[in-house]
Design a protein around this ligand. Structure first.
Ligand SMILES: Cc1cc2nc3c(=O)[nH]c(=O)nc-3n(C[C@H](O)[C@H](O)[C@H](O)COP(=O)(O)O)c2cc1C
Length: 174
């Protein structure tokens, strides 16, 4: 599939088929995230796969009751190590969040290429999820996504995006 077609038709998917994802497909998607760039190649991202039905339901509860999350066969928690103590210049501790975000974006696009749906989840109870997933002190959840084959065909061009004139500026702001 053409790269721009993948980017253009990736949508947030909020209804999933329960069908299992073949392991080789899952591995390709995970690998797209693994090889993502990171600041100084520090690679702070770690992914936790949650497949147990009861645990998926609990994760969905901790995402402020977004129950659709648990309908996917796999829920992925994308974690970043050392957010609080990360050294850096202007970006400082945000750089780890950027690193994890790049990996998750690779993952969502690879998933689209495989016909799989994802939905970036940024609304969750961080401390409770951290405890539930058994994260070490210096690791935080940055994002989650369900992963699975969508119900229906959600893949279509985006709606509600700002126009190019508003998005791109020349030389300086304004
Ligand atoms: C940082 C971030 C956090 C988000 N959190 C949630 C969320 O908690 N629940 C949800 O259903 N969608 C969430 N979304 C999905 C957005 O609502 C969605 O990306 C946006 O409306 C554009 O739609 P599209 O992904 O289909 O292009 C989040 C997206 C981003 C990038």
């Amino acid at each position: 599939m053409d790269f721009y077609e993948i980017v253009r038709t990736r949508r947030s998917v909020r209804a999933y088929q329960p069908s299992v994802i073949p392991e080789e497909v899952l591995e390709r998607v995970l690998d797209a995230a693994r090889i993502a760039p990171s600041g100084s190649n520090r690679q702070p991202t770690r992914l936790i796969l949650i497949r147990d039905e009861e645990r998926k339901r609990r994760v969905a509860e901790l995402c402020h009751g977004q129950t659709f999350i648990a309908t996917a066969p796999v829920v992925i928690a994308a974690c970043g190590r050392d957010i609080q103590y990360n050294r850096g210049e202007w970006m400082g501790r945000c750089s780890v969040i950027v690193d994890v975000a790049i990996a998750v974006d690779h993952l969502t696009l690879a998933a689209r290429a495989e016909g799989l749906g994802t939905c970036w989840i940024g609304s969750f109870d961080g401390p409770a999820l951290k405890q539930f997933l058994g994260l070490p002190e210096d690791v935080e959840v940055v994002a989650l996504t369900p992963l699975g084959y969508p119900q229906g065909d959600p893949f279509r061009p985006p709606e509600g995006r700002i126009p190019r004139e508003e998005f791109v500026m020349e030389e300086k702001w304004g």
